[in-house]
Design a protein around this ligand. Structure first.
Ligand code: SAM
Ligand code: SF4
Ligand code: SF4
Length: 371
């Protein structure tokens, strides 16, 4: 057998300390980047560790017992995360998603949720506070998350078939525990629960129709995600992607679907509803139909680097500013400067040069930057 070797450049240590402008203009909530996109959504990775080894995200060959995860001292503390959140809220962020790695592995995550849930948006509305989780600890934690002030959860689930699910999470984790977690989230009021399925050709695409059937008419909203070329460790190839149009076709063949208007500008999922009125599904077509033109998302890594695109090759070290004792006004001005310079549109460019760009660009891992 030939061994598979996947070189992974460690981009975590590539960094730039943001520049603080001489004139400190205050936040207006109206930032705009080079492509006239506002800043509305912040995704915060609270850990780079995970108890799963999903084949498309943290393949075992790379994330093995010798893999160097970030040391505790590198992580942003809850106070630091909350301070950054306030700065982004001042700039117009209305939605915060906690992610990772597996966010439920971060100790005392409920404490962070309590701190964030007490914040309001720049125009005084409650913050939309959500979390993406693999669901493995949700049965145990759903109630405490709700009590702490979490609004909703998105649960990743790639198959209903136990053998396929175990092959994909690669740690032998049973699907029934995740289904129980989804049920618990719904019961305590962390809904509407969204369920995300990454579809990989030849691995779980036979599960598209069973998944649609299972969640049809349930309170959960199922979304199909095109397998993406994030990071460098998953060995992505275009022919492993099932285009969303094919997902919609396969489901429609069984139960007809019709397209629905988006809920808001910048929504990543395209919505489709069953013509018979029994609910809706979403498709996230990051590969075949890039949605960069509306992208209002920023990402904060576990150790406080700001990424202005999921496919960025390096981050801006906000932790350095926090720990050097800079004031909120200075950091607000530094973030404004960064966002005003932003011109990322990786997925659109990938559409033009698919395999070439996916291979040529050295990207940071999804488990580090957060989904
Ligand atoms: N561990 C949590 C989970 O799995 O929900 C949160 C972090 S995970 C990185 C966030 C989301 O990214 C998950 O829904 C996962 O399925 C998705 N994801 C990871 N790698 C992906 C890839 N190569 N293509 C598409 N989605 C991916
Ligand atoms: Fe872990 Fe989520 Fe990545 Fe799977 S997708 S390995 S659960 S971080
Ligand atoms: Fe946003 Fe970058 Fe994804 Fe485009 S590729 S939608 S800019 S994160």
């Amino acid at each position: 057998m030939t061994e598979r070797f996947i070189p992974v450049a460690d981009l975590r240590y590539l960094q730039a300390v943001p520049h603080i402008p001489k004139t400190l203009t205050p936040a207006t909530g109206l930032l705009s980047d080079q492509l006239a996109r506002p800043l509305r959504d912040l995704r915060i990775s609270v850990t780079d560790r995970c108890n799963f080894r999903c084949v498309y995200c943290m393949p075992k060959e790379v994330f093995d017992k010798d893999y160097q995860f970030l040391p505790q001292s590198s992580l942003l503390s809850f106070e630091e995360i909350t301070r950054v959140a306030k700065i982004f809220i001042a700039h117009g962020v209305e939605k915060i998603r906690l992610t990772g790695g597996e966010p439920l592995l971060r100790k005392h995550i409920e404490k962070l949720i309590e701190m964030l849930a007490s914040l309001t948006t720049h125009n005084g509305k409650p913050l939309d506070l959500t979390m993406t989780t693999n669901g493995s600890l949700l049965t145990k934690k759903a109630q405490s998350l709700k009590d702490a002030g979490l609004g909703r959860v998105t649960v990743s689930l790639d198959s209903l078939d136990d053998a396929t699910f175990k092959r994909m999470n690669d740690v032998d984790f049973p699907v029934s525990d995740v289904l129980d977690g989804i049920e618990a989230a719904h019961r305590v009021g962390l809904g509407p629960v969204k369920v995300n399925m990454v579809v990989k050709h030849g691995v779980n695409d036979q599960e598209i129709v069973p998944m649609a059937r299972y969640f049809k008419g349930s309170p959960a909203i199922l979304r199909f995600i095109e397998y993406m070329d994030v990071g460098a460790s998953n060995g992505w190839k275009m022919d492993e992607v099932i285009p969303s149009a094919e997902v919609v076709r396969r489901i429609s063949e069984q139960t007809p679907l019709e397209e629905v208007e988006p809920n808001y500008t910048g929504e990543t999922a395209e919505r489709w509803r069953y013509v018979d009125g029994s609910g809706e599904i979403g498709v996230i077509s990051s590969v075949t139909q890039a949605f960069c033109s509306d992208c209002n998302r920023a990402r904060l890594s576990t150790e406080g680097k700001l990424f202005t695109c999921l496919f960025a090759t390096g981050g801006h070290d906000l932790r350095a500013l926090l720990r050097a004792g800079h004031s909120d006004e200075e950091i607000i001005a530094a973030v404004a400067h960064l966002w005003s310079q932003r011109d990322d549109r990786y997925s659109e460019l990938r559409t033009i040069n698919t395999d070439g760009l996916a291979r040529a660009v050295r990207k940071v891992e999804m488990s580090y930057i957060g989904g």
